[in-house]
Structure formats: C-alpha cells, structure tokens
Write a protein that binds this ligand. Structure first.
Ligand SMILES: Cc1cc2nc3c(=O)[nH]c(=O)nc-3n(C[C@H](O)[C@H](O)[C@H](O)COP(=O)(O)OP(=O)(O)OC[C@H]3O[C@@H](n4cnc5c(N)ncnc54)[C@H](O)[C@@H]3O)c2cc1C
Length: 480
C-alpha cells in the first residue's frame, strides 16, 4: 500500500476502538469536537508526505512502494541526514507541539528492527522475526502508532510489579491457541485515540522472578478489551481564539488491557526478564529516539524565541532585563541545536549495520531540556504579564460598538494594530498558560522521564567511561 493520504488516515479511525472521554464513549474520533482538531492536523501530516515527497518519501526496494522516510533503518550518516530533514519538515508543521506525531514511534520501531543482534539473543529468535516483520507491516500500511511503556504509579516505596497484589502492571495471564492473553494497565499513551496501533515495550527494568511482566507486543487499537481513558480534552473549537489548542491537542490516555489477546505473530518478547531489561539500552534506543525529539525541541525553542521577541517588540520593551531573558531562550535553542549536530556528527555503527547518533551529547541534553522548557515558559509569562490576558474574544472585534474602543485601547507600540497585538498575546497564552499550554509543559518535564532520573543516569555513564586522567596525573605528581 505505501504512504497514505490524510483522507485514508481519517477513514482508518472509524472502527470499534474504545475511547472514553468526559464520561462518554467517543464513537467518531475524526469528527467529535473534542478530538477533531488534532485528527485534522494529523491528516494534514499525512498529506504533507505528498507535498514534500523529496523529503518525506522514499522507494522501498522490496515492495516497490513509496513509504515514509521516518521508517528508514539508518545504515549510514547519509541516512541519518535524510531522516533529519524529514523529521524537521514534520516538526515545523506542528511547531514542535505534537510530541507524539506518528514519526516518533516510526523512528523507535526502525531502531529496534535494525538490531536483531540484540533482540534475537537467548531464544528470542521468533519474537525478533515478528518484530522485524511488524516494522515492515507498519511501514507498508503507514500506520499511526502510539506507545505505552510506563507503569501506573501506586506506591513508590514498593517495586512497581507489587502494585495491587501484582495485578496492575501489564502481565501475561495465559497462553491461548492464537497467542497470549494480557491484563493490566500502562500510563500514559499520548496520541492513543488517534492511532491505528499500540506498541507496548519496556519502561523501567524488571526484577528476577518477574517473567510474567516481561512482554513486548503490538496490537490494533480496535482489539477487544483495550480500553482508553482519556484526560479532559483541551481542544478548542475556535482556532482564532485558541490557535494551538484547537489544532494540536494530541491527547493522553491511560491504557487498560482488560484481558486482551495478542496474536502470536505480534509478540516480540515473552517471559525473558534479562532480555527485556537489555533491549532498550543495548539497541541504542536513547540516541535513536533523541534524534527525533531533539529536532522537535529545536523547532519549538525557535518558535518560543520568535514569539517572545515579537511580544517584547509589541510593547517596545527593550529593557536590559528583557533583552537578557530573550538571549536566554536563544542560548537554549543554540545549545540544543549544537548537541543535535554533535550527536549526528559522532554517529557510528551500533551493530547489525545500523547507524545511530553518538550518545553523550544526548545523555547531557536529556535531563536538561525538562528544566529549560519550564524556564522558557516562565520567561514568556514574565514578559507577557497582564497582556497575556488583555485579549478579548475574536468575536468581540466583530462587534461594531466595541471595535473602535478595542482598536484604541488594545493597540501596541509603533502603530501595532490592536487586532495584531491581541492575536500575538492570545497565541502566547495558549503556548504557556491555557490548559493546553500547561499540559505541554508537563510533557516536556516528563515525556522521556524526569530530569532527576536522567541526571543520575548521566553521572553513572560518565563515571563508567572515565579513567580520571587529569586528576590521576596531579595525584601521581604529588605522591611521596
Ligand atoms: C504529558 C505526558 C505524556 C506522556 N506520554 C507518554 C506516552 O505516550 N507513552 C508512555 O509510555 N509514557 C508517556 N508518559 C509517561 C512518561 O513516560 C513518564 O511520566 C515518565 O517516564 C516519567 O516517569 P514517572 O512519571 O514515573 O516519573 P519519574 O521519572 O519516576 O519521576 C517522578 C519523580 O521522582 C523523581 N525521581 C524518580 N527517579 C529518580 C531518580 N532515579 N533520581 C532522581 N529523581 C528521581 C523525579 O525527580 C520526579 O520528581 C507521558 C507523561 C506525560 C506527563
């Protein structure tokens, strides 16, 4: 089949998926006002393939189909550059505000399928063959995938698998004639209501004896027993008033597996705790996915800098403190871009001929971005102050009695018309202060894990690879 159009994508959403939102089961994700905005944006991303085929599509030599570049298993620095251009094109279309646009899991799956040397160990040959075949199936059908890796938090003083007497974390209940039966929950799956398929893979490590929790698989969203409980919708039906919420609310759902049968050919690992704990790290998951997430972060930081700079200009604010804060956002942008370039410049073969970026620049960035993004939002709030709320609804500008007053009292500096100032600050509020903006900040804090968790990992990685050459030379010289 190959790359799909936006219409094909929307048509694919009409199935028996169980999506709960606001106490109701949503029947028509593509048209329900609470989800239609993001569905339309995702459809436009599908159409984008055909607007920029030179960047976003490539010929699959085996099938002869045009398929998305984001499924490419990189085999060289040139492949990574090709993928970079495709990811940047997608991120620009969403302003970096849809963290889980379908390219996210496409890149993840490609990274895994490129490493049969890691997945195929210790008797997991069948699971690995299933994984490799599934990645091709996802590519040829151009599915939108969501993923769920983190377990629900119940009691942080206990092992996660102990929660609810062992019943909460996703686990295998039985073998069936067709595959396996799984039960439990995962939190959260962004994009879940809009996806065609769900990919379930490891989050945090398991302990010895946790065999029944060591399951990795993928299933269609319409699989019986798969229940999605969405958070409140932040989608607004009015693009003029909420330009971001109305288009980019990608949703986050808790996923309940209420006795879900997974066909054997969709099981990629079953019962092997050691391998379950190893596949993420050994297959280069972090540097692989961080190429996608960092390109998105660069795009969003660029947007944030432009927005903040225009906000300051709108009221002619060039105070030293303001200029300093604008410069601060710019440094985050350039440092993020530099880490991305450094990681790509240091790309190397990781195994099975798969090329991925170098890990250290991303290991440094991973705990840092969750701190920079909230700071960027803080700057925009400090710069915007009450102007963020001096923003009448667009319909009030159409009121003949109010319009002259609005034109007078809401104007900006240097002749900036009131309507342009209102549009700018409405956009800024949707970016940092609306429900959508608040969720976006939470996303940046946690989407790959908390900053604290990754600072700890960064120090462990640094300590492992350092022989303390500078310190050693001084100590040797001073030895008596
Ligand atoms: C908006 C949003 C969307 C998401 N989308 C998805 C998705 O699509 N799919 C998916 O699978 N998951 C998703 N997640 C979940 C996300 O993966 C987890 O929230 C993330 O992995 C963090 O895990 P946690 O919440 O258990 O926090 P933790 O990393 O456990 O952090 C919680 C707290 O504990 C502290 N902490 C924990 N461990 C350490 C440590 N070792 N050292 C220092 N401090 C530590 C942290 O500082 C923090 O204060 C999403 C989360 C959010 C907020």
């Amino acid at each position: 089949m190959g790359a799909r159009s936006g219409k094909d994508y929307l048509d694919g959403l009409t199935d028996d998926r169980e999506v709960w939102l606001g106490g109701e089961r949503i029947k028509d994700v593509a048209n329900d006002p609470r989800t239609a905005g993001a569905a339309t944006t995702l459809a436009r991303l599908y159409d984008l393939h055909f607007d920029h085929p030179e960047k976003l599509l490539r010929l699959d030599p085996v099938s002869g189909e045009q398929v998305p570049v984001t499924h490419l298993i990189p085999r060289s620095a040139a492949d990574l550059a090709t993928r970079h251009d495709a990811l940047a094109c997608i991120a620009e279309r969403t302003l970096g505000l849809m963290g889980r646009s379908p390219d996210y899991v496409n890149v993840t799956l490609a990274g895994f399928a490129g490493r049969p040397d890691v997945w195929g160990r210790d008797g997991n040959e069948e699971g690995t063959a299933n994984l490799v075949a599934y990645q091709r199936e996802a590519m040829l059908n151009d599915w939108a995938l969501t993923h769920a890796i983190v377990n629900p938090t119940v009691d942080r003083s206990q092992p996660e698998t102990a929660a609810g007497g062992g019943d909460i974390v996703v686990h295998k209940v039985a073998d069936t004639s067709r595959g396996i039966l799984v039960r439990g929950a995962r939190a959260l799956a962004t994009l879940a209501p809009f996806a065609d398929e769900m990919f379930v893979y490891p989050g945090y490590p398991l302990a010895e004896g946790d065999e029944k929790y060591a399951v990795i698989f993928a299933i269609p969203m319409s699989t019986p027993g798969l229940r999605l409980l969405c958070r409140d919708s932040y989608s607004s039906p009015c693009p003029a008033d909420q330009p971001l919420s109305s288009r980019f609310d990608e949703q986050d759902a808790v996923v309940i597996f209420d006795d879900v049968e997974v066909p054997r050919e969709r099981v990629f690992l079953d019962g092997n705790v050691d391998l379950y704990n190893r596949v993420m790290q050994r297959s280069g998951w972090t540097p692989n996915i961080m190429q996608q997430t960092t390109i998105r972060a660069v795009t969003k930081l660029q947007f944030a800098w432009e927005l903040a700079t225009r906000m300051a200009a709108a009221v002619n604010n060039s105070s030293p403190a303001t200029t300093e804060m604008l410069g601060e956002i710019w440094t985050y942008l350039e440092l993020t871009r530099s880490a991305l370039l450094a990681a790509e410049a240091g790309a190397h073969e990781w195994g099975s001929g798969t090329w991925l970026p170098a890990e250290p620049p991303f290991a440094a960035l991973r705990p840092t971005l969750p701190r920079w993004f909230p700071r960027v939002n803080e700057i925009i709030k400090v710069l915007g102050s009450h102007s963020l709320l001096a923003t009448p609804a667009w319909s009030e500008l159409d009121n003949a009695e109010l319009r002259p007053l609005i034109d007078l009292y809401y104007q900006g500096a240097n002749g900036l018309p009131a309507k342009d100032r209102i549009a700018l600050f409405r956009l800024a509020w949707d970016f940092v202060g609306s429900s959508f903006g608040g969720r976006a900040e939470l996303y940046e804090r946690f989407y790959l894990g908390s900053s604290g968790r990754f600072l700890t990992l960064a120090q462990k990685m640094a300590a492992r690879s350092s022989t303390f050459p500078l310190l050693g030379s001084v100590l040797e010289a001073t030895e008596r």
